[in-house]
Design a protein around this ligand. Structure first.
Ligand code: ASP
Length: 331
């Protein structure tokens, strides 16, 4: 018998009727019908909320519990709403080890709607979490029978049951006839060292749009400890934002990500004012292929784990952590 601990947090899979009351964890599991063969499931009814209402206190408490379950030799399934699922999965990827499989799943259709996908996703997630072949892959996202690495998984459609995509990479595998098949393994783990989250650290995420005049940027300086800029294209901002961004880097780490959602930031293809070359030489740190919301979580974890001190921030360490996830220098 393989052991799997299930943590239910709410979300669509528990939103019968769509109103505020959510089903209990036991009710969500009961939708499976039959218990999965060969799997000893234990349940923690952790939260009952829409995933947009999850906060860092919830997720750090969850990471602690997931860590304990893994250390006790149990696989883990986290069940939550899909809206912020990729952020929970990536945060767990940074905070938890996966010597037992850790899987995050959810549903796109309410349990009372035709074709509800919750039970199928839960069954697939349990199969992955119970399979020793899915150890040491980092945290996984399983929906629509696809197995994605947390660092790439992205909710790409508002309603499709196959909403998750591994942007710029592709899924690691699939669940076929109820059994996991793994085709690819991440080249490096996301978690390179023990990391934690200090809920008091504040990281801003600023998505640029045409004609941005910098008013929101002005609001960042005194309120936040770090900034991720979701810039245009491969890492570009209007020329008039270069000075304010460069000034901010003297006070806090400023990470340059792309608002496109797929592909890595560049470093030296464009050299005009506001180009990636200009910004990186003015002190910004490249996010590589990490999506802006995930770059925000990595920066948050790094600043919570010693990359920030009285003398400022540890720019080389933060730069190296982002470069590590960019797949460079692996030869
Ligand atoms: N998709 C939403 C979520 O992520 C649905 C909800 O309010 O349950 O939780």
């Amino acid at each position: 018998m393989r052991r799997v601990t299930v943590f239910t947090l709410g979300g669509t899979i528990s939103a019968r009727g769509g109103d505020q009351a959510r089903m209990s964890g036991a009710e969500v599991l009961a939708e499976l019908g039959v218990a999965p063969a060969g799997v000893d499931v234990s349940l923690t009814d952790f939260r009952r909320v829409p995933s947009s209402s999850l906060g860092f206190e919830d997720l750090t408490a969850l990471a602690d519990e997931v860590g304990k379950a893994v250390a006790a030799g149990s696989g883990v399934v986290v069940v939550q709403g899909t809206d912020t699922l990729e952020e929970t999965a990536f945060l767990l990827d940074l905070l938890c080890t996966t010597e037992e499989p850790v899987v995050v799943t959810g549903a796109m259709r309410r349990p009372d709607l035709p074709g509800a996908d919750g039970p199928a996703n839960l069954a697939a997630a349990l199969a992955v979490a119970a399979d020793p072949g899915c150890r040491e892959l980092g945290v996984l996202v399983v929906l629509a029978d696809e197995i994605h690495a947390a660092r790439f998984a992205h909710k790409a459609h508002t309603t499709s049951v196959a909403t998750f995509r591994s942007a710029g990479a592709g899924p690691l595998g699939a669940v076929v006839e109820g059994e996991p098949r793994i085709w690819l393994r991440p080249a490096v783990p996301s978690r390179i060292c023990p990391l934690r989250i200090d809920p008091d650290i504040r990281i801003a995420l600023l998505t640029l749009s045409l004609g941005d005049r910098g008013e929101l940027l002005e609001a960042v300086a005194d309120r936040f400890d770090g900034l991720v800029v979701a810039a245009f294209g491969a890492g570009h901002v209007p020329a008039w934002l270069v000075e304010p961004l460069a000034e901010l880097t003297t006070r806090m780490p400023v990470v340059l990500a792309s608002r496109t959602g797929t592909g890595a930031t560049l470093s030296h293809t464009y050299r005009s004012p506001g180009s990636e070359y200009d910004l990186l030489h003015r002190g910004l740190i490249p996010a590589g292929p990490l999506a802006p919301a995930k770059a925000r979580l990595l920066l948050h974890a790094l600043l919570s784990s010693g990359a920030k001190g009285p003398a400022g921030y540890d720019r080389p360490r933060i730069t190296a952590a982002f470069a590590h996830l960019d797949g460079a220098g692996l030869a």
